[in-house]
Write a protein that binds this ligand. Sequence first.
Ligand SMILES: C[S@@+](CC[C@H](N)C(=O)[O-])C[C@H]1O[C@@H](n2cnc3c(N)ncnc32)[C@H](O)[C@@H]1O
Length: 569
Amino acid sequence: MSDDGTGRGDDGSNHGDRGDHSNRGNGGNGNGGNGGTNGGGTNDGKSGGGKSGDGGNGHRSGKHVGGRQGGGRGDGRGGGRGGRGGRGARPQDDRQRRQGGGRPERGRRPATRKEGPRKPPVDDPARRVAFDALQAVSERDAYANLILPELLRERRISGRDAALATELTYGTARATGLLDEIIASCVDRPLSDVDGAVLDGLRLGAYQLLRTRIPPHAAVDSAVEIVRDVAGSHVAGFVNAVLRKVSDQDEQAWVTQLAPDAETDRIGNLAMRTSHPRWIARAFAEALGDTGDELETALRADDARPEVHLLARPGEISADELAAVTGGDVAPYSPYGVHLPAGSGDLAASEPLAEHLAAVQDEGSQLVTLAAVGAPVDGSDARWLDLCAGPGGKATLLGCLAATAEHEVAVDAVEVADHRARLVEHAVSGLPVTVHRGDGRDPGLDGGYDRVLVDAPCSGLGALRRRPESRWRRQQSDVADLTKLQAELLESAFRLVRPGGIVAYVVCSPHLAEAEGAFTTAVRRAGAEPVDAREFFPGMPLLGDGPTVQLWPHRHGTDAMFCGLARAT
Ligand SMILES: C[S@@+](CC[C@H](N)C(=O)[O-])C[C@H]1O[C@@H](n2cnc3c(N)ncnc32)[C@H](O)[C@@H]1O
């Protein structure tokens, strides 16, 4: 099973699961029209080809170019360029999601053609699939790394077209905040007033202009054609004019023009240069204790497409064998890890994965699991508990290790979400793991465990490189909500472990509040004894002062996993 987002989006924050598959495939067509356009090649929204303010098809009378006023976004975007932290923010949506209130009303409606029967899609399959994937992300909260492979499969797109589509989809999704800043400076109204399809077309075009070697005319023309096809001819002039303005400068020049001054606002400057929300750049700076070169390196590593990591399931196949079969490289630190180049495609059908010999799993996830079982316990070592098991990546590794252990080990795995518990069951079938549906805060299991792993739900800031859009979706306030749950899960773990046993706390995030802070507070409250986790990451450099370990993409090539170990007293 994957917890690295290379195909499942399981980031432990409960937002990357497979429920997303319901978002499949109708990318970008939608309803609603573009009532009121300026048409005719202007980018100022006031003049042009005579369609202005025509009320479109009656759905949205009185709206402006490819866009609309009001309409209840409630998302903090109204100011267009004001405040990086608010860009892409959807507190209302997030609240509704957390409260289980069904799919929220989206801020922007997808643009539709105003008139006439639909033309067949433009003959540009790679860009069209990228556009449709971006629409699914922005309009229906889809996950790019789930929806794109689906669309590619459905449309039978492969080879160079698939590679281009992947580059454009993930690249555009990752750079959305920066692209929006630039587009906003070329439009005379808040981006929240621009229709969803038009804005996604602008983003796709701007990404090609600024971050690829695609010739400018091809970047502009292709975006114009797609938006024309989806939203109607009346928006083509607007898209054309905005993209021509974007193409006046390269990315470097735009950033120099728009970014906060590096002298007075280093974090804001770096955030924009590396296309991160400011609050995430600040969280990285706090975790690294650095606002200089290392912060920049960390943010840049977070912006690069990651390698794919595989777990060679212990007892099934060795890392050497798996590397030979897949053409990958044996991982530098995990004895069970194999690295494949970024963009290694849809691996689900490959033989070692299909036959359950291997699974997609970030090397960092493997290492923290090995640390959890590596720290010595006093006395018996036969009962292990995985308190937050879905979708089952670490439970699988624990189960494999338990099965190969000299003395018999039984693993219990708890998961609160039914569909994720099913994924765990599938992943651990044949292993000595019993899956329990329940709340880890009170799972109803007998205590006395020798080891308890708390791989807690978290913001997933440590795996942003694997989830292109998530940096723009996550909110700072999410962290505060999660730390309460993390504290309660840790409290439960200390109740369930026996004296002398080990509690391992793991989050895929470097954010101090949910990593170091949550762990040290819980250890102190429990009166437990911190264990220097660095010893259990053998051969790894740059592990800091301990006793906890924070892995980083730029230092270790892994996701930014945090691991704290404590021995119960
Ligand atoms: C970070 S993920 C775990 C990833 C997993 N250990 C793996 O390696 O595949 C966190 C999991 O905790 C689950 N979860 C959330 N709240 C929980 C709770 N109160 N009790 C148990 N599990 C919970 C989520 O549904 C999610 O599947």
